[in-house]
Design a binder for this molecule. Structure first.
Ligand code: PLP
Length: 359
C-alpha cells in the first residue's frame, strides 16, 4: 500500500474505534458533612484499556498520523508509568504496529503484564528519570516516538471533540449546579489539566481548576512561582502523577489551585472510594478525592454551595499486588488508619484537619 493510502486506512480504523466507543459515566456522591455541595466522579477506568490514557493514546496516534510521522510497519515507542503504555499498546495492535513501552522497573507488575498481553514489549529502566533518554534512544533507531510527555498538551483538541472537559460539562447539564465550582485532576503529562483549563476559559465558565499532586512533587513545587526547573523532593507511590520534573505539557497558568496530598491520605481516600462506589480505582483517584474534600471543606467554611467534579483515573485491579496489598503497605511503613478515621469524620461532619489549601 502507498504510504498515504495506509495513513488514510489507519485514520479510518481510529474513526471506527471512536464510533464504537461510549462515553464514561459521571457518578454523583453526597455526604452528610457537606450539605449543598455535590460531588461528581468521572469513571475514566471504564475505557477499554482501563484509564483516562485511552483518550490520550487515541489523540497521540491521530497526531502522529496527521503529522506524517507514522508509517506502515513502523515501530512505536513511548515512555510511560504504565497506563499510557497499555492504551498505546492497544491502539498499536489495532493498527498492526509493533510497540515498545519504556517503563520504570518499579511499575506495578499487572501493568507490565497488560502491555505484554496486548503484544507490546516492555523495556524496563532502573531509574524512573531515565525513561525519556531511553525512549529517545529507540526513536533514534527508527521508532516513532508518540511522546506523551512532550505532546499530550497539544495532541488533544481543547476546544471540543468531546474532550474530557466538554464531556463533563455536558453531563452536568441537568444538575442543580451545572457549572461546577471546581474541577480537580492530577498532573502526569499535564494533558488533562491543560485541556480542562483551556476549555473552561474558552466556554467562559466560572469553574476553577485544581491540580491534586502528591506532596513535594514537581508540579506542586513549580506552580507557585511558575518555576519550570522545579524537581520533586519526595518520591511517591502514586503512579501516573507526582512527576519528578516539570513536564513540557505542564501549563501552570491555567491552574487556579494546587492541593498537595500525603501518600497515606491518598491511599485512605482510595480505600474509601472503593467502599463508596463498590469498585476499585487506583491511587491517583484517591489523591483527587482527598483534594475534593479539602476544597469542599473550604467551600463549607465560607458558606458556599455548588458542585465539585473529579476523575477516577484508572482501574484499581492494577494495584492488587501493590497499593491494595496489606503486606506491601506494611513493608513500606504505610499506615492509613489515622487517615481513614479523619476522612470518615470529614464525610460525616465536614471537618478537615489538614491546612487549608487556598490560604
Ligand atoms: C496519566 C495519569 C494521570 C494524570 O493525567 P495527565 O493527563 O497525564 O496529566 C492521573 N492518573 C493516572 C492513573 C494516570 O495514568
Amino acid at each position: 500500500m502507498d504510504d498515504r493510502d495506509w495513513v488514510h486506512a489507519a485514520l479510518a480504523t481510529l474513526a471506527r474505534e471512536s464510533a464504537r466507543s461510549a462515553d464514561t459515566h459521571l457518578y454523583k456522591l453526597e455526604f452528610a458533612g457537606f450539605p449543598g455541595i455535590d460531588f461528581y466522579f468521572k469513571d475514566e477506568a471504564a475505557h477499554p484499556t482501563g484509564s483516562l490514557k485511552h483518550r490520550l493514546a487515541r489523540s497521540l496516534f491521530l497526531y502522529a498520523l496527521c503529522n506524517g510521522r507514522l508509517r506502515q510497519g513502523q515501530a512505536v515507542v513511548d515512555a510511560s508509568s504504565g497506563s499510557t503504555a497499555i492504551a498505546e499498546a492497544w491502539f498499536a495492535r489495532l493498527l498492526h504496529l509493533p510497540f515498545i513501552a519504556v517503563m520504570p522497573r518499579c511499575t506495578a507488575p499487572a501493568k507490565i503484564r497488560d502491555v505484554e498481553a496486548l503484544g507490546g514489549t516492555c523495556d524496563l529502566v532502573d531509574d524512573p528519570a531515565d525513561v525519556h533518554d531511553r525512549a529517545a534512544w529507540h526513536s533514534a533507531r527508527g521508532a516513532c516516538h508518540l511522546d506523551q510527555f512532550g505532546l499530550a498538551e497539544r495532541a488533544t483538541d481543547w476546544r471540543g471533540n468531546n474532550n474530557i472537559a466538554e464531556s463533563i460539562i455536558g453531563q452536568l447539564a441537568l444538575e442543580p449546579h451545572p457549572q461546577p465550582a471546581w474541577i480537580v485532576c492530577g498532573a502526569g503529562t499535564g494533558g488533562t489539566s491543560a485541556t480542562v483549563g483551556r476549555y473552561l476559559r474558552y466556554q467562559r465558565l466560572p469553574t476553577r481548576l485544581c491540580v491534586a499532586d502528591p506532596i513535594g512533587s514537581a508540579f506542586a513545587r513549580g506552580w507557585p512561582a511558575r518555576d519550570y526547573t522545579a524537581t520533586s523532593i519526595c518520591p511517591t507511590v502514586i503512579e501516573g502523577i507526582g512527576r519528578p520534573r516539570v513536564e513540557p505539557g505542564f501549563l501552570f497558568d491555567v491552574v487556579d489551585a494546587v492541593v498537595e496530598v500525603e501518600d497515606p491520605l491518598s491511599l485512605a481516600a482510595m480505600d474509601l472510594l472503593c467502599h463508596l462506589l463498590g469498585r476499585r480505582y487506583g491511587g491517583s483517584s484517591g489523591t483527587n478525592f482527598a483534594a475534593c474534600l479539602a476544597l469542599a471543606a473550604h467551600m463549607r467554611n465560607a458558606g458556599h454551595t455548588g458542585s465539585i467534579v473529579s476523575l477516577l483515573c484508572d482501574r484499581g485491579e492494577r494495584y492488587e499486588e501493590t497499593l491494595f496489598n496489606a503486606t506491601w503497605r506494611q513493608q513500606r511503613g504505610i499506615d492509613v488508619t489515622p487517615w481513614t478515621q479523619a476522612l470518615r469524620r470529614c464525610l460525616a461532619d465536614g471537618s478537615w484537619n489538614a491546612p487549608s489549601p487556598l490560604s
